[in-house]
Design a protein around this ligand. Structure first.
Ligand SMILES: Cc1ncc(COP(=O)(O)O)c(C=O)c1O
Length: 213
C-alpha cells in the first residue's frame, strides 16, 4: 500500500518503537543525521537519535507550517556528511502535512543520505509512494489510519537496504497472540479500503479525482 518493493517488517511495538528501530538499524553511533522537526513527533525523532548516541542536527521549525525544501537543503549544505535525514509526514501534533515527495526529491538532488520518514499518522490516509519518491525507510503503526488495534509497529525498507538492517546482533524473540488480532485487523482494513494487491497508489489517484473540484 506504500508502493515498496523492499521488505515490510511487523514489529511488536508502538509507532515510537518502529521509530527507534529505524534509528538503531539504519544509522550508527556518532553518525551525523539531520532531523527535520516540525512539531512534537519531529522532536521525538530527534530525542531518539540523541538517546542512541547519534550526532543529531535538529532543524527546528515553527509549529503549524510544513518544512520548506530550501530550509532542508540549506541545513544539508551547512552540515556536510549527513548520513540520514529524518522527516515526519503528517505531524499529528499540529496537523501539518510535509510534502515528502518534494522534500525527498530536493534532498536527493544534493545528498545520498538515507531518507527515513515517520508515516505513523499518514499511512492509509494519504498517498505514500516509497519507490517513486525515493524513500529508504518508512515507519508506521497499526492504530491510526489502518484502523486496527495498537501493538504493531511497521517498518518498510527499500530493496537496496536489505541485509544492511538488523546488524545490532542482539535480537530477542517475542511471541504474542494479541498481535495476531491486530494483524488480522490490518488485513481487513486493507481489503476494505481497496488496498489489496498493491492498489494503494491507484486508490489515492481515484480518490483525488473524485473529491477534487
Ligand atoms: C506522527 C506520529 N509519529 C509517531 C507517533 C508515536 O506512535 P505511538 O503512539 O504508537 O508510539 C505518533 C502517535 O500519535 C504520531 O502521530
Amino acid at each position: 500500500m506504500v508502493n515498496c518493493i523492499g521488505d515490510v517488517y511487523l514489529i511488536p511495538s508502538s509507532g515510537t518503537g518502529a521509530m527507534e528501530l529505524a534509528v538503531e538499524n539504519f544509522t550508527r553511533m556518532d553518525d551525523k543525521v539531520l532531523v527535520v522537526d516540525t512539531g512534537f513527533f519531529g522532536e521525538c525523532f530527534y530525542k531518539i537519535n540523541i538517546a542512541h548516541g547519534r550526532n543529531a542536527i535538529r532543524l527546528e521549525l515553527p509549529w503549524g507550517r510544513a518544512a520548506k525544501p530550501e530550509e532542508v537543503i540549506n541545513a544539508l549544505k551547512t552540515n556536510i556528511d549527513i548520513k540520514a535525514v529524518f522527516l515526519t509526514h503528517n505531524e499529528t501534533s499540529s496537523t501539518i502535512v510535509n510534502d515528502i515527495k518534494v522534500l525527498a526529491s530536493k534532498i536527493r538532488g544534493v545528498s545520498d543520505a538515507l531518507i527515513i520518514v515517520d508515516t505513523v499518522s499518514s499511512i492509509g490516509i494519504t498517498e505514500i509512494d516509497m519507490e517513486n519518491w525515493g524513500l529508504d525507510v518508512i515507519v508506521a503503526a497499526s492504530q491510526k489510519g489502518l484502523m486496527s488495534p495498537p501493538g504493531i509497529g511497521i517498518t518498510s525498507i527499500q530493496g537496496s537496504l536489505k541485509g544492511k538492517a538488523f546488524r545490532i546482533g542482539h535480537m530477542g524473540f517475542i511471541t504474542s497472540n494479541d498481535l495476531l488480532v491486530a494483524i488480522a485487523a490490518i488485513e481487513c482494513t486493507l481489503k476494505d479500503l481497496g488496498f489489496a494487491n498493491g492498489g494503494a497508489v491507484n486508490k489515492f489517484i481515484e480518490l483525488r479525482r473524485k473529491y477534487e473540484v
